[in-house]
Design a protein around this ligand. Structure first.
Ligand code: IMP
Ligand code: MG
Length: 183
């Protein structure tokens, strides 16, 4: 018996090739912008882990990677509200150039909470790099320095994004068939 997750998709929104091509462009841009700086990539677990791994390898200058995990209300199919930090960064970021790496910015609540925390630690600079931007859902306006793709108001999975913790390992980004979304 074979269950290929691709069969669960109604539509592929962004192909594996398109993701990898766009990440190479972002990596080149970041490598130029951060030349001579103390770059720290801070990924937001768990969704940003795939993007982080590919983005870091698309950047040619030296950098440090770190991760933060936050707890939020309810599953991500609903609007999120951040409650607190589950796992903080291991690195100190004062006097370093922090680039926050996210899978998707939706309402902006998650990132605005994180930015507040990071800003208090006084990094030399603080910017956002998100693979996906669902601008139509934004509640809190955020300055996004690097964005992979702008996406429509559809719940998506793959390349780190989950539905009830599944589908993160799908290499492309797609929309689930309605019958797959039961929870
Ligand atoms: P925000 O706080 O509303 O900006 O939501 C950001 C977080 O919600 C992301 O880091 C994701 O973990 C999650 N999220 C938002 N939209 C989706 C989606 O379409 N699929 C899976 N996760 C999502
Ligand atoms: Mg996330």
């Amino acid at each position: 018996m074979d269950h290929n997750m691709i069969q669960d998709l109604a539509e592929v929104l962004i192909s594996e090739e398109a993701i990898s091509h766009r990440i190479r462009e972002l990596g080149a841009e970041i490598s130029r912008d951060y030349l001579g700086k103390e770059l720290v990539l801070a990924g937001v677990l768990r969704g940003a882990s795939f993007f982080m791994a590919d983005l870091a390898r698309a950047i040619s200058i030296p950098l440090i990677i770190d991760f933060i995990s936050i707890s939020s209300y309810g599953p991500a199919t609903k609007a999120s509200g951040v409650v607190g930090i589950r796992k903080d960064l291991d690195e100190s970021i004062g006097d370093r150039d922090l680039l926050v790496v996210e899978d998707i910015v939706d309402t902006g609540l998650t990132l605005s909470y994180l930015l507040k925390i990071f800003r208090a630690r006084q990094p030399s600079s603080l910017q956002i790099c998100t693979l996906l931007d669902r601008k139509v859902r934004r509640i809190i306006d955020l300055p996004i320095a690097y964005r992979g793709f702008e996406i429509p108001e559809k719940f998506i999975v793959g390349y780190g994004l989950d539905y009830h913790q599944r589908y993160r390992n799908l290499p492309c980004i797609g929309v689930l068939k309605p019958e797959m979304m039961t929870g």
